[in-house]
Design a protein around this ligand. Structure first.
Ligand code: IVH
Length: 674
């Protein structure tokens, strides 16, 4: 029998070759072998890794081939961010989407929606001024895009001139490759989406031209002047100007119509010549879209209802536990590898202890696994009829992988016991520490390209990174000697690490991973501290007490967040680690663009429900007009606005005692001239 060690060596040697060919082709646009040799090598490695699945764990060929986003394109700021979409997977999720809209707008009726196929390609934004295309950008990080004008210009379906259009318009849409055209490129790319992405980022637009890219327009960024009343009207005009619009776009209203549109498209999905992975539902009325606005990452007015997932049968080999960055202990089923919708799955989440006991999931059970879109595969159910009589109930471990006891906490707000067990040792637990590192380098945090989860695992094992500040003091001499690290990838990593040293305070606060402090709360805190020096006062226990008292005034920061900040900074190891990190960074002050308006420099607080809008929208409007929202009644407050439905009498009384201006909902609208 051939030895596993020899297969591994044989495979890795060839992978090295493929990486070299790939780099030459995709990153330097200077192929060093013919397409035929490239394809044959790739096929040989794919066959080998299919025969010996352990090789995929070492290096997955699909991840090796293709082009990486690179430094080669100029970055341009999107005039309006290109956000992503929240996903829905079933009718309940869609019901919740509708409910949230109604709550936010404080209405009872269901709004009309535009239902549009979600094309699985690469998004692009094309800017037209006076009808002429001036540039085209990739999505990039959503804030800055890459200038890929030349490559986009090779797409014949994109008009270079449009007539009778607004003076300024950013046309947004999806670049894709048809399934038929993909057949010819199958050996180079894992799927049509990768092919479109790889082709769009070619340095040499002549290479792009060789790959037949197509385009569907689905929306707009900046439009000036704003002449359209709804999404449907925008789509009609995009079509008039010559953009391809998907023919399955339609208007829907009720949950039944949403389901019908979804199942109809799903039934013809495989017959379409392009990949679709769901339907995007958008509130049709553009002024309502504007009122609804967005959270940090996604608009409140749209959702991607994904097509149903793919399922498969397998067997649980082992139930292991994983420790998350907040200390949460998640059980994971290690299963016999099974292909679910073209992807080999060998791990599936079991959520938490309660889920295991509710479904009575045991080792050696035959199970149904499900994989939906980009979410983690999950164990859906157990076939108890196939269970052996010797099978034993699974006893959930009470200890973390670090050996210390875990706890189920009681929520401060709901007073209910959490379903999740947690290790509370923060950076003192090696398993949590490693996950925190993965969070720090992730896209929404420091966004260090080249330092993915697998690399962190690898560097951790090798002792190259143990704490966040190690990321900025990497021993590149050692990395040079590692498998898969060539000159170019090291150069890219150095650049990515060095440019991430400049970080704005809100991103820094989010990145250090304080529990209950997500992106929105990090912004609120950054706006409070403004400078990193002020934030550092949290390390001082006396000053911390004082600060935590003041945090209570901030809208959005409650008891849960304050307790979490206290826990985080009172842990000496955490404090030490974060201080060393701060020493190697250059943390920029947070400057919230305070809008100037009728409420500039005014502190406002709302209590009770309003007639015309939700509290969330009222707050957003107040901020739009320059106000600062407070979370409690203090002397600093200028106005307490009281809604007619269930205002807190205690707050009103304190406001009266402090002689604070109390406004009714109508009075408040008067101030705003609305
Ligand atoms: S609307 C605010 N409509 O899906 C986002 N997106 O995660 C507005 N996509 O990156 C996007 N088809 O590239 C919209 N008909 C469609 C779409 C669509 C595909 C992509 C888009 C975006 C991703 C959402």
């Amino acid at each position: 029998m051939i030895e596993k060690k020899n297969i591994k060596k044989f495979y890795l040697d060839k992978v090295k070759k493929l990486i070299k060919f790939n780099e030459a082709y995709f990153e330097k646009d200077n192929p060093i072998v013919s397409d035929k040799i490239f394809d044959e090598l790739k096929k040989e490695l794919l066959d080998l890794s299919n025969k010996y699945p352990f090789l995929k764990e070492i290096k997955n060929i699909e991840e090796v081939v293709g082009s990486k986003p690179s430094e080669k394109f100029k970055k341009i700021k999107h005039t309006k961010p290109m956000l992503s979409l929240t996903n829905a997977f079933n009718k309940e999720d869609m019901f919740d989407f509708g409910k949230k809209i109604k709550n936010y707008l404080n209405i009872n009726t269901q709004e009309e929606l535009s239902a549009e196929p979600k094309i699985d390609g690469i998004s692009a934004s094309l800017r037209y001024i006076n009808g002429k295309m001036v540039y085209g950008l990739s999505r990039g990080d959503g804030i800055f895009g890459e200038d890929i004008t030349e490559n986009l210009s090779t797409i014949s379906e994109i008009p270079k001139k449009i007539f009778n259009a607004p003076k300024i318009i950013d046309v947004r849409g999806e670049v894709y490759i048809s399934k038929k055209d993909f057949e010819k490129l199958k050996n180079k790319f894992a799927n049509p989406r990768n092919a479109a992405g790889g082709s769009l980022r070619q340095k040499n637009s002549k290479e792009t031209k060789k790959i037949p890219l197509k385009f569907f327009a689905y929306g707009a960024g900046e439009i000036e002047p704003k002449t359209f009343k709804d999404q449907t009207e925008l789509l009609t005009n995009l079509k008039k100007w010559g953009f391809p619009i998907n023919k399955y776009c339609k208007k829907v209203k009720t949950l039944e119509e949403i389901e019908k549109a979804h199942s109809e498209l799903e039934s013809i999905r495989s017959s379409l010549d392009y990949d679709v992975d769901g339907i995007v539902y958008k509130v049709n009325n553009l002024s309502l879209q504007n009122r609804l606005g967005s959270t940090s990452n996604s608009p409140r007015w749209a959702i991607a209802y994904k097509f149903s997932s793919v399922k498969a049968i397998s067997k649980i080999k082992e139930i292991a536990i994983q420790v998350g960055r907040t200390g949460a202990i998640t059980p994971v089923a290690k299963i016999d590898p099974v292909t679910v919708g073209g992807v080999v799955v060998s791990n599936a989440t079991l959520h938490n202890e309660d889920e295991i006991s509710r479904k009575d999931i045991r080792v050696n059970d035959i199970i149904l696994v499900q994989r939906a879109g980009d979410v983690i595969p999950q164990v859906l159910s157990v076939d108890k009829s196939k269970r052996s009589v010797k099978s034993k109930k699974f006893i959930f471990p009470t200890k973390c992988l670090c050996g210390y006891e875990t706890k189920k906490e009681t929520s401060l707000t709901t007073k209910k016991k959490d379903a999740v067990r947690r290790c509370s040792r923060g950076y003192e637990c090696n398993f949590i520490a490693k996950e925190k590192l993965k969070h720090i380098v992730s896209k929404d945090a420091f966004d260090i390209e080249g330092l993915g989860k697998k690399v962190i695992d690898n560097f951790w094992e090798l002792g190259l990174i143990k704490t966040p500040s190690d990321i900025f003091n990497l021993d590149y001499k050692k990395i040079e000697k590692l498998e898969g690290w060539g000159n170019l990838s090291i150069k890219n990593l150095k650049n990515a690490v060095s440019s991430s040293k400049n970080v704005i305070l809100d991103k820094f606060i989010f990145s250090i991973g304080i529990r209950h402090i997500g992106q929105e709360n990090a912004k609120i805190l950054a706006n409070f501290f403004k400078r990193s020096e002020k934030f550092s006062e949290l390390f001082n226990s006396k000053k911390r007490k004082e600060i935590l008292k003041n945090l209570d005034d901030l809208d959005g920061i409650g008891e849960t967040q304050i307790k979490s900040i206290e826990d985080f900074f009172s842990n000496t190891k955490n404090a030490q680690i974060i201080q060393s990190l701060m020493n190697v960074l250059s943390i920029k002050d947070f400057e919230k663009k305070i809008k100037s308006g009728k409420l500039s420099n005014k502190n406002i607080m709302f209590t009770g429900g309003f007639k015309k809008m939700s509290r969330s929208e009222a707050k957003a409007i107040a901020e739009e007009n320059g106000a600062k929202i407070l979370g409690s009644v203090t002397k600093k407050l200028d106005y307490l606005v009281i809604g007619n439905s269930k205002p807190t009498t205690k707050k009103i009384q304190i406001a009266k005692d402090l002689k604070i201006n109390i406004l009714t909902e109508d009075k408040w609208y008067d101030i705003l001239d609305r």
